[in-house]
Design a protein around this ligand. Sequence first.
Ligand SMILES: NC(=O)c1ccc[n+]([C@@H]2O[C@H](COP(=O)([O-])OP(=O)(O)OC[C@H]3O[C@@H](n4cnc5c(N)ncnc54)[C@H](O)[C@@H]3O)[C@@H](O)[C@H]2O)c1
Length: 264
Amino acid sequence: MPRLENKIALVTGGARGIGAAIARAFREEGATVIVTDIDVEAGRALAREIGATFARLDVSSEEDWAKMAERFPVLDVLVNNAGVTGFEGAVDGLPPAHDPENGRLADWRAVHAVNTDGTFLGCRYAIRAMRARRAGSIINISSRSGLVGVPMAAAYAASKAAIRNHTKSVALYCAGQGLAIRCNSIHPAAIMTPMWEPMLGTGPDRAEREAAMVADTPMRRFGDATEVAALAVMLASDEAAYMTGAELTIDGGLLAGSAATPGD
Ligand SMILES: NC(=O)c1ccc[n+]([C@@H]2O[C@H](COP(=O)([O-])OP(=O)(O)OC[C@H]3O[C@@H](n4cnc5c(N)ncnc54)[C@H](O)[C@@H]3O)[C@@H](O)[C@H]2O)c1
């Protein structure tokens, strides 16, 4: 029997990458899926392909979330997946600085508007939309970067840490209200998606760059978006009925140890 039968699931940033893999896996498990994104063309194409509904949703917009509440007032699963690193908006060919000394407040805020505000607004919408059935699963896509410092991507790291912590507040709030609405965070690292394209490039050194980026990963490879999707399916399903406030890493072992390993 499909694991998500009779569940209505909304995925943010679902047009590509991890979000698209989750939307696809949810459909395969029998869920009714709403793919949302700001990329209307790619979002519509995916929705058509997998038999889902598409809705345009900028997660940083309170107005857009209000439209979701009107159009989809009842929900079983929400995946707060949309996220930005802050390196998307290159000025004069150079990405903005995101280190703690040179970062601009506007760039810091732009990252938080999507990652932090987007997750807050998503959780608020989901709790209200899940009250009808007094149950549901909210899955927040944080990052390995939400658990450690990242000097050159400080806004991203801080926003992902905020997502990790807000997940626990939401979990405790819902349990305290006597609701079976669960909220958990997933912490991926180095998952091969279009997010990495600007860093990998298309030059002859692409394979070399790829290897260098996972040189510190114990499993020495990038993860696949379908591997994150498998975890999301489990959290969305009733198999995870007793899991809430948890943080699950999926990182090829990266956070299992540390660089300093006495005895090596
Ligand atoms: N790929 C990785 O290695 C990795 C590692 C850790 C965490 N993550 C997290 O996983 C999530 C998905 O990452 P990905 O690698 O698939 O990224 P991606 O860049 O391939 O896809 C992100 C999607 O989010 C959408 N999006 C961006 N801003 C939005 C907004 N304001 N409103 C709605 N949609 C918006 C984009 O259009 C895109 O479709 C992100 O939260 C990311 O931080 C990814």
